[in-house]
Write a protein that binds this ligand. Sequence first.
Ligand code: NAD
Length: 477
Amino acid sequence: MSYPQLSLYIDGQFLHGDGRKEQDVLNPATNQVIGKLPHATRDDLDLALKSAARAFETWKKTSPLERSKVLRKVAELARERANDIGRNITLDQGKPLAEAVGEVNFCAEHAEWHAEEARRIYGRVIPARQDGVRQLVLREPIGVCAAFSPWNFPFNQAIRKITAALGAGCTIVIKGPEDAPSAVVALARLFHDAGLPAGCLNVVWGVPHEVSDYLIKSPIVRKISFTGSVPVGKLLAGLAGSLMKRCTMELGGHAPVIVCDDADVETAADMLVGFKFRNAGQVCISPTRFYVQEGAYDKFVARFIAKTEKIKVGDGLEASTRMGPLAQARRVAAIGSFIEDAHQRGATVLTGGKSLGGEGNFYAPTVIADLPEDAKLMTEEPFGPVAGIARFKTLDEVLLRANSLPFGLAAYAFTTGTKNANAISNGLQAGMVSINHFGMALAETPFGGIKDSGYGSEGGLETFDGYLNTKYVTQLN
Ligand code: NAD
C-alpha cells in the first residue's frame, strides 16, 4: 500500500531525511511501518522561525483580498485531493475512509470561511471628547505563531490553526502529530500549490516537548495555539504565560449527555451511538458520561446496546468498517485501564470491554453501567470507544453531577421540554452545549472550552481574537 513521502516544509521548501533523525510511522490497523518522518534539527527550527519572521513583514501588509484568494484556492485544491488525503489519513490514523475523506471535504470550509472573514476584520472609530481629536481602534496581526496540532483529526485541527493565522495576517510554524503526519504534509502542499509565499507556513516535526519548548521560548514567536491533553496544555500555557505570550488552548473534555424522561429516547440512542463511536471515540467533544433519567433508562440502554453491538470494527480501508482501530497501541492500554477500574468497582460491562486482538489496535465498542460517581470512567477523559451510563432523578441533581468535574468543553442533552432545555443550557458549565442534535465544530461557530478544557476559540469570529492585537490610536489634528 503506497503512502506518501513525508517531509518538513520550511521557507517554501519540502525537506526530506538527508541525514536527519527519522521516526517510523505505523498503520494502526496492522502496526506495520508505512513511512519515515524526518525530525527537524535545531538549524531547521531556526530557519523556520527566521523565515516566518521575514515572511510576516510582507504578509501582514498583503491585502485581505489577496490573502483571501490564497485561502479560497486551498479549499478548492483540498476538495480535489480529498480522496487521496483521506486515504492516507486512514493509513496513518486508522479512521474509516469515509470519515477521513469527509474530514478533508468538511474542513475545506475553514479555508473558505477564513477567506471571507479575513476581509471583514474591522477596527472602529470612537467619538472623541474634544474637537479635532480622532480616536481609532486598529486590529493588527499578532505576528509569528507556533501551533501544535494533534492526531485525532489531523487535517481538521491543523487547517483551523493555519487558516486562522494566515487569514489574520500572521505567519505560522506548526508541529503536527508525529503519529499521523500525512495530513499536515498534504496541507503544506495545498498552501504551496495555492501560491502562499515562502515562509508564511512552516511545518516541523520532532520530539514534541523539545520542539514546543524551543519554539515557545523563541522571542520570534508571539502566539501559541495547542490542541491536545489538559496536562500538556497546562505545561505549554504555563511556559507561554511566563513569557507573556498569547495562547489558544483547546484541551480535553469529558462531555456529559443528559437524556430526560421526555426525550425521544430511541432517536437519542441511535444518534448518540453514531456520535460516540465516531473516530473510535477519540474526539475531544465525544459524549462520554451518559446520565439517563429513571423513566427513560431501560429503554435507552436497551436501544443503545443493540445499536452498539452492530458496529463493524475493522481496517478503515474496508468499505464495511464503521469503527477503525485506536490510533496507537498506547491507547489500547489506556482504555484497558478504564475497564479494569470499572471491574474493580463492581460495575456492569454491558457490551465490549476488551481489545479485539490481532495485529492492529482494535478495541470493542464498550458500554458500562452501575459505575460509582468516582470511577475512573466517570472522572477522567477516556478518549476512546467507551461510554459510561448512569441514572438520575432530577434536573438539579444531574446538573450538579455534570458540572462536578474540572472539564468544560462540550455537553449534550435530549429533551422535548423547552423548560428543561433552557435549564440545561443555562446550567451546564461548558464552552459548547448542543440540545437534541450535534451542532458543533462548524467553521462559523465558536469552538472551545472553559475550566480545564482551555480558553480561546478554534472556530467562529472569536478565533481571530486570538491572532490579532488591538491598537488604540488617538490623534489631535
Ligand atoms: P499526550 O498527552 O501525550 O499527547 C497529546 C497531544 O499533544 C499529542 O498530539 C502529542 O504529540 C502532543 N504533545 C505531547 N506533549 C507535548 C509537548 N510537550 N509539546 C507539544 N505537544 C505535545 O496524549 P496522547 O496519548 O497522544 O493522547 C491522548 C490524550 O490527549 C487524551 O487523553 C486527550 O485528552 C488528549 N487529546 C486531545 C485532543 C483534542 O482534540 N483536544 C486531541 C488529541 C489528544
